[in-house]
Design a protein around this ligand. Structure first.
Ligand code: S3P
Length: 439
């Protein structure tokens, strides 16, 4: 997907001020396209994330015969083909960088009558798929993957059976893959999680009329129903907002409003931890948008101190650790994190990539297999590698706002997978970040 590798030069800018709109939620955008494609009738999605990951998912369904009109940026009109209406794609489906796309599609395609193949980019091709292959195989699916890695070859025409399954690790992607296979299974599919994770698949299925019972940490559905088209309003992505929340907290003089940010309780663990560290973040005008809680967040600069991150918040902030590492690096004292081994199998090994980058900027970081100890200090300028990981690149753009010199961030092209327009929004808010001149 992201063919070119680009660098940024980031350096201290101005205080972050004003009000900004963050692009739509990635997790919800993926699910909205998938479930609207399988519904009877026409659904309109507003606030759709125009990122490479979510566009790859839309392209996948277009390849399987779903008409999806991009009537305006951020809007998709999806002409659903019904639960059994997908057509065989004419070749492998490219999920790009998207673990969510690939894992959810694996579940959904396991129940189709045709064979399919899922491929991804270099980062996705290193990510573990056994975690979905194994439970789906228990349901009767046949998925081949050499060494448990993509590509995934999915055999169609299988009879799936519902099952009870307890996830060994908390993962919304694995839970969702099983639930989507469960739409095509005989009997009940019942999933339990060691810690509750984001419940967007459950909420979205319910919104499209599929009977589903769910409480935090548990979901159950029966196969054999139909989905009814419905319109979806996607809230702003909390994980994208997180970079601005931390930047405004760290840069003296900042007061920034982020409008209508998604506040699903399974996503906002970072707010709890930042507040424990001393952050000044106010959630104003709470409302409901498309069945999801949203609020304006007003963030004012505040000095931070280190904390032991409570393990109970880890699953609720699983995508926010790159930027939390930056907050910890700029805090007074030590921050410790445990119970976050999942960070090692994200778009990069985020414990290793963040530790290496922060060390390059003069911060003392000690790695543990499932976390890290970060000693707050003074950041200096330098060069760090984004390792093709969008959130690592954006986290270091935030770090650079506090650095003693310019920070060159290599390999930032993948920022477009989740946050198209990050650079211009960051600049408009006050941050110093610009494309590096071509070497
Ligand atoms: C996601 C779930 C999380 C998260 C990812 C998006 C989702 O992954 O890290 O960015 O949309 O379900 P896991 O469920 O594997 O932890």
């Amino acid at each position: 997907m992201s063919a070119v590798s680009r660098d940024w030069i980031a350096s201290p800018g101005a205080p972050l001020c004003g009000a900004i709109d963050i692009p739509g939620d990635k997790s919800i955008s993926h699910r909205a396209v998938m479930i609207a494609s399988l519904a009877d009738g026409i659904s309109r999605i507003d606030g759709f994330l125009e990122g490479e990951d979510t566009r790859a998912t839309a392209a996948a369904f277009a390849r399987m015969g779903v008409r999806i009109e991009a009537s305006a940026p951020g809007t998709r009109i999806v002409h659903g083909v019904g639960i059994d209406g997908l057509q065989p794609p004419d070749g492998p489906i490219d999920c790009g960088n998207a673990g969510t796309g690939m894992r959810l599609l694996a579940g959904l395609l396991a129940g189709q009558r045709f064979d399919s193949e899922l491929v991804g980019d270099a980062s996705l091709s290193r990510r573990p798929m056994q975690r979905v292959i194994e439970p789906l195989a228990k349901m009767g699916a046949a998925i081949e993957a050499s060494g448990g890695l993509p590509p995934l070859r999915i055999r169609g025409g299988r009879t799936l059976r519902g099952m009870e399954y307890t996830l060994p690790v908390a993962s919304a992607q694995v839970k969702s893959a099983i639930l989507l296979a469960g739409l095509y299974a005989d009997g009940e599919t019942h999933v339990r999680e060691p810690h509750p994770t984001r419940d967007y698949t459950e909420r979205m299925l319910a919104a499209f009329g599929w009977p589903i019972a769910f409480v935090p940490g548990e979901a159950a559905l029966l196969g054999g129903f139909r989905l009814q088209a419905t319109d979806v309003q996607v809230p702003a992505d909390f994980s994208s907002a997180a970079f601005f929340i931390v930047a405004a907290t760290l840069v003296p003089g900042s007061e920034l409003r982020l409008r209508r940010v998604g506040m699903n309780p399974r996503r906002v663990g970072l707010l709890h931890v930042l507040r424990m560290m001393g952050a000044d973040i106010e959630a104003c005008d709470p409302a409901e948008q498309g069945g999801e809680p949203v609020a304006d967040l007003v963030v004012r600069h505040a000095p931070l101190h280190g904390v032991d991150v409570p393990e109970e918040h880890v699953a609720d902030m699983i995508d926010e650790f790159p930027v939390l590492f930056v907050a910890a690096a700029c805090a007074e004292g030590e921050t410790t994190l445990r119970g976050a081994a999942e960070l090692r199998v994200k778009e990069s090994d985020r414990i290793a990539t963040m530790a290496a980058g922060l060390r390059a900027l003069g911060i003392d970081v000690e790695e543990a297999p499932d976390g890290a100890r970060i000693q707050g200090g003074r950041l200096r300028g330098g060069t760090i590698d984004g390792h093709g990981d969008h959130r690592v690149a954006m986290a270091f753009a935030v770090a650079a706002q506090l650095a003693g010199g310019a920070v060159r961030i290599r390999d930032v092209a993948n920022v477009a997978t989740s946050f198209p327009g990050f650079e211009s929004l960051a600049t408009a808010a006050g941050m110093g970040v610009e494309p590096a001149p071509e070497a």
